[in-house]
Design a protein around this ligand. Sequence first.
Ligand SMILES: [Zn+2]
Length: 76
Amino acid sequence: MNEFRLGDILDDYCAKCKRLTNHAIVSLVGPEPAKVRCCSCYKDHDYEHAVVPPTKKELKAMALLQAQQEGNAKPN
Ligand SMILES: [Zn+2]
């Protein structure tokens, strides 16, 4: 059984702390956590499924790669 309950602690990414921290579940939608509260800064936010968003550096690298691929796709 892997049921979530209000107040359960899970790992999630906190945009304020800029890292994975412990979060308490503050609201559920069906069986899934909808909102969580960071146990470090007490900020409430949507549950991110512990996904760490790409950094600005990674976004830039991805954009460069995409531009390169688009450049290759076009005939010269
Ligand atoms: Zn936080």
